[in-house]
Design a protein around this ligand. Structure first.
Ligand SMILES: [Zn+2]
Ligand SMILES: [Zn+2]
Length: 217
C-alpha cells in the first residue's frame, strides 16, 4: 500500500501527516499519534498549530517516529529550540504555552490499541488497523491529557540569548549556560566528567588524510 493510500483524506490533519510521512519516509502508527497529539495540544491550549512562532514549547519523552509526528503537528523543533527531549522511552509529550505558562501532558489512551478493530474492521492486519484507526478515532479515545505544572525551569532550558563561556580545560566554547563552574573554574560538561565519548588517541589533524578516515582500521 502506498504512503498516499495509508493517509485518510478527509481528516483536518491529513496534510500534516502527509508532510510528516514525506520527511520520515513512511507512514506509521506512532507518527499518526504524534501529529494528533500536537493538534490536540493546540486545541487544549487554544493555540494555532502548527505554529510559525515560538509560543508553544514541547517536552517530548521519546525520540523516533512519534517525535516526527509531533514536529509536524506543532511546528516545534529541536533546531528552533522549541522542543526538548527527555528520553524516558515513553509515548508522551508535554506542551507549554510560554505566554500563559499553561501546560498539558498528553499520552496515548491505554485503551486506544484495543479499540482499533472497531474503527478499522476491514484492516488487513494489526499494523494497518493502527494506522487507519488512529487517524479516525475520536481524540479522547486515542489520547489522554492532564494539566501539569513544570518542575524544571523554562528559563534555564531556554537560557539567555548570547550566553557564551569558554572551557578552562579544553578551550571549546559553551553556549546556553551549559557550563559547570566549580571553585572558580569553568568547565564544559565533558571536561566536568559528564562526557559520552572518550578520545581514542591524539592525532594531529593535519596528519589525517581526511576527516572520514579518523579511525585507523
Ligand atoms: Zn515511523
Ligand atoms: Zn571542556
Amino acid at each position: 500500500m502506498s504512503m498516499q493510500q495509508l493517509i485518510v483524506e478527509n481528516t483536518p490533519f491529513a496534510h500534516l501527516l502527509q508532510a510528516s510521512a514525506e520527511h520520515h519516509s513512511h507512514v506509521c502508527p506512532r507518527q499518526v499519534i504524534g501529529v494528533r497529539m500536537g493538534q490536540y495540544a493546540g486545541q487544549l491550549l487554544g493555540l494555532q498549530v502548527p505554529q510559525a512562532g515560538k509560543r508553544l514549547f514541547t517536552f517530548i519523552e521519546t525520540d523516533g517516529c512519534m517525535l516526527d509526528g509531533v514536529v509536524a503537528g506543532t511546528g516545534c523543533t529541536v533546531g528552533r529550540r522549541t522542543m526538548h527531549i527527555y528520553d524516558f522511552g515513553k509515548m508522551a509529550a508535554s506542551f507549554v504555552d510560554r505566554e500563559t505558562e499553561q501546560a498539558v501532558r498528553i499520552a496515548p489512551n491505554p485503551q486506544a490499541r484495543e479499540s482499533c478493530p472497531q474503527y478499522a474492521p476491514d484492516a488487513a492486519d494489526h499494523w494497518h488497523a493502527y494506522v487507519y484507526a488512529y487517524q479516525v478515532m475520536p481524540v479522547d479515545r486515542l489520547l489522554v491529557a492532564q494539566l501539569i505544572h513544570l518542575t524544571v525551569s523554562m528559563e534555564a532550558i531556554i537560557s539567555r540569548k548570547k550566553a557564551r563561556a569558554v572551557c578552562d580545560c579544553c578551550g571549546e566554547e559553551i553556549f546556553n549556560d551549559r557550563e559547570v563552574v566549580a571553585n572558580g573554574t569553568v568547565l564544559c560538561r565533558a571536561c566536568a566528567g559528564q562526557a559520552y565519548y572518550a578520545a581514542r588517541q591524539t592525532v594531529a589533524v593535519d596528519a589525517l588524510p581526511g576527516l572520514l578516515c579518523v579511525e585507523p582500521r
